[in-house]
Design a protein around this ligand. Structure first.
Ligand code: ATP
Ligand code: MG
Ligand code: MG
Ligand code: MG
Length: 581
């Protein structure tokens, strides 16, 4: 297959786009792979689409290899299934919601657990039908608060999502292991430098979960690892309580009258003193039911941060937002709520928040460096359940407290396997053991061998396909442009004919034929542009191998250039075809 530059729908740009902060974003736009349409929303041009399709093909091959079957569900989805699992509200402002002409509610799918569960329920009824893994490669929608870096964090993006269905825990483990192995193959084939880390289960819910993080200084995730093999996203590191420290190791000041190193007992005592309960005193072990965190920014804008708990589905963001008028907020103090003895710690945006469940309680603590002029209002109306943190979608666990700030280079790993190093990464993939959460909510049961109805156990597994395109570009691009690994390059060989004579162009066209015949994809620069423009474009576009057919042709030689190493080799023109393939 030969594509001629004179015909290719592409324009390379000499200037960086104003909004591009990261190399991948800058080069994908400058090289004419993608075009911005709106924040976090991009069009794919022919070159970009070729790379996307190659990434998709690798993902598809590895999914098919573990016996997963491809399906395709709609992106436009009805509200009801998401209502049943509560994600209609729990997803918060990240969900694109819309209405049809009759006023019925719809959403643009951010992920498809509900729809896959229902589809299997629709068709299957026996243990004999399981195990089953099905997947799709499909456009997802999330109204991200901060779309970033072109394809890295889009509001519309391409994801491969698979779902496994098993009769028992052993089956789920086998499906999970198969996906994990497939993901290793996928990211190896994509040529990415990555690490597999323990993760939190986020908005999906469920238990065991791991992330595949591409190692990248510009990544948004921070992970820790130890020489002994411990590796975790800092979000998932649960450690015993310790005082927060600032960058120089000095314990950070806590809320006014809280001791620097608060114990559960101290918090309970504090809560009892400051927020007495009518029925009985707070005790270690109390948990809460409804909680509202409202962040009041210095400029007066208010953001509900976390509300609604698994045990109380009545409360939703919209109602709470509506329930509290901005004017009322000013008259709103923590005393209006019952408070509860739980330590809240962790990070949401610029301020800190988190909790422990055992002897849990809440307090607001703010990092003085970022919270000047910021007021936290916290409260809960009755004890009973865990705090569910909507903004991070994160479920906090009972065996400790999450504290990003406390993790430092050299700290011991929680499993005792040596000192931790900290690094940043891009989340490329995420695998979850969902368990029975969705199957239970949506009633997916099958008959077991004894004729008894049992709830199916599920896994869900995502790959950021469009994000992977950017992550590869982020890892491989240099100061001259994109540098594609062969497996995903838009073309195998870029043949550049220079000079005004007919001979180089004719030779280049013949060479292109021969290389193409050999089964390779060729980009032929047949434009009338100057050699300088053509060479610069070849570097920006990033095809792994270029062949320059120019002045040397008169002496019977052409030059082969390796984009990644910069190596240039003169070869006899007669051998050019075999040398590049
Ligand atoms: P992140 O932490 O980056 O927001 P996530 O944990 O919300 O990602 P998942 O719900 O685990 O994402 O989705 C599966 C995969 O989809 C992620 O591992 C990531 O590669 C990709 N992905 C998620 N959000 C985006 C996005 N906004 N743009 C591009 N890819 C995304
Ligand atoms: Mg996210
Ligand atoms: Mg994540
Ligand atoms: Mg994730």
């Amino acid at each position: 297959m030969i594509t001629r530059m004179t015909k290719l729908f592409v324009r390379t740009l000499r200037e960086d786009p104003a909004d591009a902060e990261l190399p991948s974003h800058r080069w994908l736009v400058r090289a004419g792979y993608i075009r911005r349409v709106a924040p976090g929303i991009y069009s794919w041009l022919p070159l970009g689409l070729r790379v996307l399709h190659k990434v998709e093909a690798i993902v598809r091959e590895e999914m098919n290899a573990i016996g997963a079957q491809e399906v395709h569900l709609p992106a436009l989805l009805p509200r009801e299934p998401y209502e049943i699992t509560h994600r209609w509200t729990e997803y918060g402002p990240n969900l694109f919601r819309l209405q049809d002409r009759k006023g019925a509610d719809y959403l643009l799918g951010p992920t498809h657990e509900e729809m896959f569960t229902l589809m299997v329920k629709d068709l299957y009824s026996s243990y004999k039908d399981l195990p089953l893994s099905i997947y799709q490669i499909q456009t997802k929608y999330r109204d991200e608060a901060r779309p970033r870096a072109g394809l890295l964090r889009g509001r519309e993006f391409v994801m491969k999502d698979s779902y496994s269905f098993d009769i028992d825990d052993a089956g789920l483990q086998a499906s999970y292991d198969a996906h994990r192995a497939a993901y290793i193959k996928i990211f190896d084939r994509l040529g990415l430098d990555y690490v597999i880390v323990k993760a939190t289960s986020g908005a999906m819910g469920g238990s065991a979960s791991e992330e595949f993080l591409g190692i990248a200084a510009n990544g948004e995730d921070t992970f820790v690892r130890s020489p002994g093999g411990y590796a975790a996203n800092v979000e998932a590191v649960v450690r015993p309580l310790a005082p927060a420290r600032d960058a120089s190791g000095v314990p950070a000041p806590h809320v006014e009258d809280t001791p620097d190193s608060p114990t559960i007992e101290a918090l309970v005592a504090l809560s009892n003193a400051r927020f007495p309960r009518e029925d009985r005193a707070w005790e270690a072990g109390d948990t809460l039911k409804n909680v509202l965190f409202m962040l009041v920014q210095p400029d007066g804008t208010r953001e509900p941060l976390a509300i609604g708990l698994p045990g109380d589905r009545e409360v939703d963001t919209k109602r709470l937002e509506a329930a509290i008028e901005p004017a009322e907020l000013d008259a709103f103090t923590e005393d209006d709520f019952l408070a509860f003895p739980a330590l809240v710690k962790g990070y949401i945006g610029p301020a800190a928040l988190g909790l422990g469940e055992d002897g849990a309680g809440v307090r607001y603590l703010t990092d003085p460096a970022v919270s000047e002029g910021t007021r936290w209002i916290t409260g809960a109306n009755e004890p009973g359940h865990h705090v569910y943190d909507l903004v991070m979608g994160r479920d906090f666990t009972s065996d400790g407290v999450l504290d990003v700030a406390e993790l430092r280079e050299g700290d011991p790993a929680p499993d005792g396997s040596g000192p931790l190093t900290l690094a940043r990464g891009i989340e490329l993939g995420h695998i979850f053991q969902l368990g029975r959460k969705y199957a239970e909510a949506l009633g997916l049961k099958v008959l077991d061998p004894n004729g008894k109805l049992v709830t199916v156990t599920m896994g869900s597994y995502g790959v950021g396909v469009s994000r992977a395109v950017a992550a590869i570009a982020e890892e491989t691009s240099d100061e001259k442009g994109l540098v594609w690994p062969r497996n995903v390059a838009p073309f195998d060989v870029h043949i550049v004919a220079t000079g005004k004579d007919a001979a180089p162009l004719e030779f280049a066209a013949t060479l292109a034929e021969a290389v193409s015949e050999a089964g390779f994809e060729v980009l032929l620069d047949d434009r009338k542009a100057s050699p300088g423009v053509k060479f610069a474009d070849a570097e920006v576009l990033g095809v792994p191998t270029a062949v320059v057919v120019g002045r040397g042709l008169a002496e019977g030689v052409v030059e082969i250039r390796d984009r990644a190493t910069g190596e240039r080799t003169e070869v006899p023109a007669s051998e050019a075809a075999e040398r590049v393939v």
